[in-house]
Design a protein around this ligand. Structure first.
Ligand SMILES: C[S@@+](CC[C@H](N)C(=O)[O-])C[C@H]1O[C@@H](n2cnc3c(N)ncnc32)[C@H](O)[C@@H]1O
Length: 325
C-alpha cells in the first residue's frame, strides 16, 4: 500500500471549486503526504494495512463512541487489536472498535460535555477542528449532520486513526488533512464553525494564529476555543522560562481577560468565557493505552496547585466567539 496515494485520493476540496483554490491545496497536500511513505510510518502502516474495509453499525454521540459491534467484525480480531495498539499512546477517548474498548489518557468526554451546550446547530455546516488529534471530537459531531467535518493535524499518526475510521464509517463528510494551524490561509472565509481546542498556548505567535483562524471563518461564524491559561482577573500572560508541565512547547498562558482581549483584537465579537476549571489528575492520567507520564507526573507532588516548575497549575479556559461581520 502506498499511503501517500491513499491519502491523496480523498480530494474532498474539489467539491468546492468556487470557494477554494484546489491546485494550491493539492500542492500542499502532496508535500504533507510525503511523510506517510517514510519508513517511520510503517509502524502504523503495516498493521493498519492488514485491515479490510467493512460497513458496520456506529453509535457515536455518546461519551465512548462505538464503531462496530463485537459480533459484526469480519476480520481477524488480533489484527484489529494490533492495529489499534500501534496507534498508542491514545491521547483522546474513550472509544470502542468492535468491542475493543480504548481507555485513552484524556477523558475527552468531559471536555465535550462542557463544550457541547455552546456549539451551534451543525446541520449542513462546514466545520473545522484544528489539531483534531485522533478525531474523538469529530466522531461526537458527525451525528449532528454537518456538510463537511474537516480535522487538521500535522501528525502522521492521526491520519492513520482517520484511516481506521474511514475503513468502517465510510462517510465522506468526515475528512482529515495533514495540515497545521499555519495552513489556514488555504480556506479563506470558508468555515461556519471552528474548534480551536488545546492549540493556542502551543503557538509562538498567538495573535497571528487567531487572526488566521478569523480569516478562515465566514463572517458571523462561531469559534469554540479552549486554552490552557493561568488564573487572574488582569489581562496578563505567563511566559514560562523554558518548560511548563515538563514540556517545552508552552509559550503564552493567558488569564481569561487576556484571552478575551486577544480575541477582541483579532476579528471576533460576542466573546463569552463559558467555563474555566483547574485540570484534575482524574481527567488526564496514565492508562493501558497511554503508558507515558501524565498529569500526575507534571504537578508538584507537595502542592498540586503548582507545576513541577513552580508555576500555577493550568487553568483550562473555554470561550465562544463570533467572527465579526
Ligand atoms: C493538546 S493537543 C489538543 C488536541 C485536541 N484538539 C483537544 O482539544 O483535545 C494538541 C494537538 O495539536 C496537534 N498539533 C501539533 N502541531 C500542530 C500545528 N502546527 N497545528 C495544529 N495542530 C497541531 C497535535 O498533534 C495535537 O493533536
Amino acid at each position: 500500500m502506498i499511503w501517500s496515494e491513499e491519502y491523496l485520493k480523498d480530494d474532498w476540496f474539489r467539491a468546492y471549486p468556487v470557494q477554494l483554490k484546489g491546485d494550491i491545496i493539492e500542492e500542499r497536500r502532496r508535500k504533507a503526504a510525503q511523510a506517510l511513505d517514510r519508513e517511520s510510518s510503517l509502524v502504523w502502516g503495516d498493521p493498519i494495512g492488514k485491515l479490510s474495509p467493512q460497513a458496520c453499525q456506529a453509535d457515536l454521540d455518546r461519551p465512548d463512541p462505538q464503531i462496530g459491534l463485537p459480533e459484526e467484525f469480519e476480520g481477524n480480531r488480533e489484527d484489529l487489536e494490533k492495529a489499534l495498539r500501534s496507534l498508542m499512546p491514545w491521547r483522546k477517548g474513550p472509544m470502542s472498535y468492535f468491542g475493543i474498548d480504548i481507555d485513552a489518557e484524556w477523558k475527552s468526554d468531559r471536555k465535550w460535555s462542557r463544550v457541547a451546550p455552546h456549539v451551534p446547530d451543525l446541520k449542513g455546516k462546514r466545520v473545522l477542528d484544528v489539531g483534531c488529534n485522533n478525531s474523538y471530537y469529530m466522531l461526537r459531531m458527525l451525528p449532528k449532520e454537518p456538510e463537511l467535518l474537516l480535522g487538521i493535524d500535522p501528525m502522521v499518526r492521526y491520519w492513520f486513526n482517520h484511516r481506521i475510521h474511514q475503513l468502517y464509517l465510510q462517510d465522506r463528510r468526515l475528512q482529515f488533512d495533514l495540515f497545521g494551524a499555519e495552513d489556514l490561509d488555504l480556506f479563506p472565509r470558508f468555515f461556519d464553525v471552528v474548534f480551536y481546542m488545546g492549540i493556542l498556548y502551543h503557538r509562538r505567535s498567538p495573535i497571528d494564529s487567531l487572526s488566521s483562524v478569523a480569516q478562515a471563518m465566514k463572517p458571523g461564524g462561531t469559534l469554540i476555543l479552549e486554552c490552557s491559561g493561568v488564573p487572574g482577573d488582569e489581562p496578563y500572560c505567563l511566559i514560562p522560562e523554558s518548560r511548563y508541565l515538563k514540556a517545552p512547547g508552552y509559550w503564552f498562558l493567558p488569564t481569561p481577560p487576556a484571552l478575551v482581549n486577544m480575541l477582541n483584537r483579532t476579528g471576533f465579537t460576542d466573546i463569552e468565557v463559558f467555563y474555566t476549571h483547574t485540570l484534575e489528575k482524574e481527567e488526564q492520567r496514565q492508562t493501558d493505552w497511554a503508558r507515558f507520564q501524565s498529569l500526575e507526573h507534571f504537578l508538584d507532588p507537595e502542592d498540586e496547585s503548582k507545576t513541577v516548575e513552580g508555576y500555577p497549575a493550568p487553568l483550562r479556559i473555554y470561550v465562544k466567539a463570533l467572527r465579526k461581520g
